[in-house]
Design a protein around this ligand. Sequence first.
Ligand code: RNT
Ligand code: ZN
Length: 452
Amino acid sequence: MYRNGRSIHMHIVCHRAGTQPPTNHRNFPMNTAEPLESAFARARDQYAALGVEVDQALASLRSIALSLHCWQGDDVHGFERKPDAASSGGIQVTGAYPGAARTIDELRGDLQKAYSLIPGSHRLNLHAMYGDFGSRVVDRDQIEPAHFLSWMDWCREHHLGLDFNATCFGHPRADTGFTLSSTDTGIRNFWIEHVRRCREIGAVIGKTLGTACVHNLWIPDGAKDITVRRHLHRTILKESLDAIYARPYDKDDLRDAVESKLFGIGSESFVVGSHEFYMGYALAHHLMLCLDLGHFHPTESVADKVSALLHYTDDLLLHVSRGVRWDSDHVVIMNDEITTLAEEIVRADALGRVRIALDFFDGSMNRIGAWVLGSRSTLKALLRALLEPRERLTALEAEGNLFARMALLEDLKTMPVGVVWDYYCSREDVPTGEALREAIHSYEQQVLARRG
Ligand code: RNT
Ligand code: ZN
């Protein structure tokens, strides 16, 4: 069995009185005073008493592949030779923490570090602007599978599936705020060509790596102020999508997703690709709908949409993110949004029908740390959901014993999920606690600090 190219072997060294703090074989000190193995055995018994099989939960967790977004590593810059500077397209990265990746090799090194600190086997999510263009200027309507061959090789080498995204922002032809819904035929056709090529690249990626590539489409189209031609822009977007998705691909190679948004910077009053627009389009055309946790009203529950939409669509794409005020892309932490989302997926028995991608970017902290923390928080939320005594909760609800249902749900919050998590990390050969912080710190000192 492989994880990121290394063979997995379990190794737990128990604490011996009077010796150094216990470590695993990679010399990471462990968190707990009690030997992890015996703490885990007690936790397993506690869960078993509720009818929960911890080993089964861990096996399910191990099978979940998160799609890690390449754009956290360099603040959504990409590797294009840009003839001129262009607008951000409604997304903005703040923060000037040193050490952002400047080249493909640096980004790959950082990603490798991040994967080595996240338990499990995962995927990579690439944006079109991260192609291997060398020193050539390759405009977006000229990109080809050849520009992504080195990424495919890298992913194969590291046992990673690869997902893909059209990049319809950060380009002079996106400066009006409209791309696929532009009233300018030249602009619209340029972007249609770009997205068509991205789907083709995605299909090549899926076929080459033997695991379907999810191609997600998000466009920045919208306007700052009151717009009177909303219907017209949506008509144009629909026509563009029809042109883009006219070409069928084998679903084993390519899965198409479309992502809505509520508002962006510079598109506060009108977003062409709203939730209703894309939900309608995706359901009518059998595409995947992408729900980004930061793209809805603050009191709207994305979790609640899962069991509704899964009645009408085979699968869903999630962009796990954290909205704070105007920003939809803060680093994911284990908050209510993510824990209820995980619960909804697990309770609906929908792990096999949901693709989980990460989507946040923070330039104010160690970027590898941000990747790792967001990924681990997502996995931890999923683990907590997998450790729920589903049968018991279901029975209490069916009996109408609503007090007991609530009391059990409250008890679960203080069950030893942390011990199970630490055990899982140890088994997967990744550090926890202080050792994790130390691993991020030493990579910063040894690698990131050397970047100008
Ligand atoms: C923007 C969307 C989109 C982007 C990435 C970079 O609001 O969330 O998914 O974050 O494509
Ligand atoms: Zn997103």
